[in-house]
Design a protein around this ligand. Structure first.
Ligand code: HEM
Length: 431
């Protein structure tokens, strides 16, 4: 009986959000306007007002789907990331242009669980701005405004993604039940031209790669080092290099939480930081400062990680195997240390990689018809007062200006040593 109540609780408490049928049309189709009508309407879009409306939405928690920590920011970033993260360089397909995430197959993927509620929350804003605001622009901008509203770094956002009327363009990515119809040979270890390792995921398995790369039923290997190899491969298929990949994960998981208790999404449970709706680099510092040990997810079916020190300030936070990949790979670790010693560098890297992510792929108006925010909208990339604060910095970095002045002093003394006897010699020869 108790388990029945527990199973019904999320439905009873949260009910169903209004507008679900508009964010995710049950007819699997939506009305779209012509490109030229969209171009004309976009010219009139009040981007400043839209940002203000989105900022209000972020903290306007609705009973149908209450905001974690009082802020929808993490939820909206995940929606935007999953909308854009389908992009693959193999054939330049995917991306948030077209907003294929609203329709099957994408809307049905296990990885996109509960994102129908995020789209439902956005419907009143879509209705207010009408044809001037495409779903692709709305979803991606909701992610950008979420980062801004939580104090994070962003670059100017560009508008002009043209919506599709259905999800047909995503058919090549496949549906989980009939993954054999795609170009994937081993489900769970798909290779190019597929973007993700599994039909139904956006990227890698959070719990690490398959134990046996040829067998979906071999289970996941929670080995951060092996996960790093898979992350590099899969984010590479999205056109992301090491710095772009690591900054995206470190920036993304600075916010929000995993849901595996009460609200069930991925089955993992807990936030990455002690302030999930505030931009910090605690996601990275936590992985450098703490030792992490494996623990079962609430359902017992998967592995996540907790701090070994159960009295730590981070004891209530968690890490995925794929998170720990960033400190179990030489190149990612070097980047992590670099950013922990100078958060401004992480700010700059994350703002740039986020912009690249949400602008990847086709489904746009021609470049001359797009609209971009002014450069002054680049937020949150301030000089870092905490520069070189972390203990790993003492040995790995020095202040740039100090480096420069040390180098100058070295050159001057070198010249003095070499030139003094010479000039003395010239002097005595002249004399
Ligand atoms: C290796 C790559 C990644 C893996 C394996 C991964 C995995 C996950 C998982 C399992 C969740 C929990 C979902 C839930 O239960 O609600 C999650 C949430 C989240 N992810 Fe990622 N993720 C990755 C990359 C990214 C990137 C690149 C971003 C954005 C730049 C991002 C942003 C987020 C955010 C903001 C949440 C929190 C959602 C919320 O608070 O509702 N993730 N991720």
């Amino acid at each position: 009986m108790n388990s029945l109540i527990a199973a019904l609780l999320p439905i009873g408490v949260f009910g169903s959000c209004p507008f679900m049928d508009i964010g995710t049309p049950p007819s699997l189709k939506a009305e779209v306007i012509s490109d030229s009508d969209f171009k004309t309407a976009l010219e009139g879009l009040d981007i400043e007002a839209l940002e203000q409306d989105l900022r209000i939405l972020m903290t306007d928690s609705q009973t149908c789907w209450p905001a974690d920590d009082g802020h929808y920011g993490g939820f909206m970033i995940r929606l935007a990331w999953h909308c854009a993260g389908t992009f693959r360089t193999s054939d330049q397909k995917g991306g948030c242009g077209g907003a294929g995430i609203r329709f099957p197959p994408e809307s049905d993927w296990e990885d996109n669980g509960n994102l129908d509620k995020a789209r439902a929350l956005l419907v009143p804003i879509k209705q207010k701005y009408g044809d001037a605001l495409s779903w692709g622009d709305l979803i991606s901008f909701a992610g950008t405004v979420a980062i801004r509203d939580m104090g994070g770094p962003t670059n100017p956002h560009c508008f002009g993604r043209v919506d599709d009327a259905d999800g047909n363009k995503s058919d090549i990515f496949g549906v989980t039940d009939s993954w054999q119809d795609t170009d994937c040979v081993v489900q769970g270890n798909c290779q190019e031209p597929m973007g993700a390792v599994k039909v139904g995921l956006i990227y890698v398995n959070p719990e690490g790669p398959l134990n046996d790369p040829n067998d979906l039923n071999s289970g996941q290997n929670p080995d951060p080092e092996k996960s790093a190899v898979e992350i590099r491969e899969v984010f590479g298929r999205m056109g992301m290099n090491d710095s772009e990949t690591a900054s995206l994960i470190a920036g993304g998981h600075a916010f929000g939480k995993c849901h595996g208790a009460g609200v069930m999404t991925s089955g993992f449970e807990g936030p990455w930081t002690t302030t999930p709706s505030q931009w910090t680099n605690q996601f990275l510092t936590g992985m450098l400062d703490e030792e992490w040990e494996q623990v079962a997810t609430p359902s017992g079916s998967a592995v996540q990680w907790q701090t070994k020190d159960r009295t730590s300030i981070l004891a209530g936070t968690m890490r995925l195997t794929a998170d720990l990949a960033l400190v179990n790979d030489d190149a990612y670790l070097a980047l992590a240390k670099h950013w922990v010693c100078d958060q401004q560098k992480l700010d700059i890297a994350f703002a740039a990689s986020w912009k690249k992510l949400v602008e990847s792929g086709g489904g746009w108006l021609p470049v001359e018809d797009r609209r971009c925010e002014p450069e002054s909208k680049a937020t949150g990339q301030q000089t870092d007062p905490q520069k070189n604060f972390h203990s790993v910095c003492a040995t790995t970095t020095t202040d740039d200006s100090q480096e420069a002045s040390t180098a100058t002093k070295f050159c001057l003394s070198f010249l003095a040593v070499v030139l003094t006897p010479f000039s003395l010699g010239v002097h005595s020869w002249l004399a």
